[in-house]
Design a binder for this molecule. Structure first.
Ligand code: DX5
Ligand code: ZN
Length: 221
């Protein structure tokens, strides 16, 4: 099943509650990008913002941690009401330990790789994951161009997940719109993060349903 996860990095921060209300009834997850200015060259927002928006919606929070040594904050992100917590493979010495930590808090554990990281580093970690996030742009900023050559990673992961019967969602993030949605779903991704294409649209509901429809047509699993 295709799931859509609008990224609030692209919303109007002065009106966050209203922006979330534009999408939450039509989406599966809400993608929450946390950036520390060290792991990525940008700073977004952190705990106080998540705490506030948790009060205005029941949607699943799909929290994408682009921070160095995320193990320092897993407990806090879990307590704030994150449902899925995704860390970066490149951000910590021991990704397996952090994934276990997330599951111990009763949350779904995700792992992400940057465009330059080989997909094979994820293979031994798959039994510890509920979600794998393949970045389709260099993390740090919204509104960048989709990297088509990341689709090999998605196909490789989809084949393993099907073969081994793993209960793992495959998510893509960066440059997703109705056009690229078909490409990523065809490669085997089932969770689509979308920032600019949803929040910059006049009709966010339509942007979401167009994307979902295009992806569902192309998804074969
Ligand atoms: C980038 C973030 C993305 C970003 C996607 O580092 O992880 O979630 O918001 O934005 P768009 O969909 O505009 O490429
Ligand atoms: Zn993200």
């Amino acid at each position: 099943m295709i799931k859509i996860s609008p990224s609030i990095l692209a919303c109007d921060f002065a009106r966050m509650g209203e922006e979330i209300a534009r999408v939450d009834k039509f989406s599966d997850y809400l993608h929450v990008d946390v950036m520390d200015g060290i792991f990525v060259p940008n700073i977004s927002f952190g705990m106080p913002v998540i705490k506030s928006i948790r009060k205005v919606t029941d949607i699943v929070f799909d929290v994408h941690l682009m921070i160095e040594r995320p193990e320092r904050y897993i407990d806090e992100f879990a307590k704030l009401g994150s449902d899925i917590i995704t860390i970066h493979y490149e951000s910590t010495k021991d990704p397996a330990a952090v994934l276990k930590m997330i599951r111990e808090k009763g949350k779904k554990a995700g792992i992400s790789i940057k465009p330059g990281t080989d997909v094979s580093v994820l293979f031994p970690l798959l039994p510890l994951c509920d979600l794998v996030l393949v970045m389709t742009v260099e993390p740090g900023f919204g509104g960048q161009k989709f990297m088509h050559d990341m689709m090999d990673k998605v196909s490789v992961l989809r084949n393993i997940v099907e073969k081994e019967n793993y209960n793992i969602e495959i998510e893509v993030d960066g440059g997703i719109n109705a056009e690229t949605a078909a490409i990523v779903a065809n490669a085997g991704a089932n969770v689509l993060v979308a920032g600019a294409s949803v929040f910059a649209a006049e009709d966010a509901q339509k942007a979401i349903s167009d994307m979902r429809e295009a992806a569902e047509k192309a998804y074969k699993y």
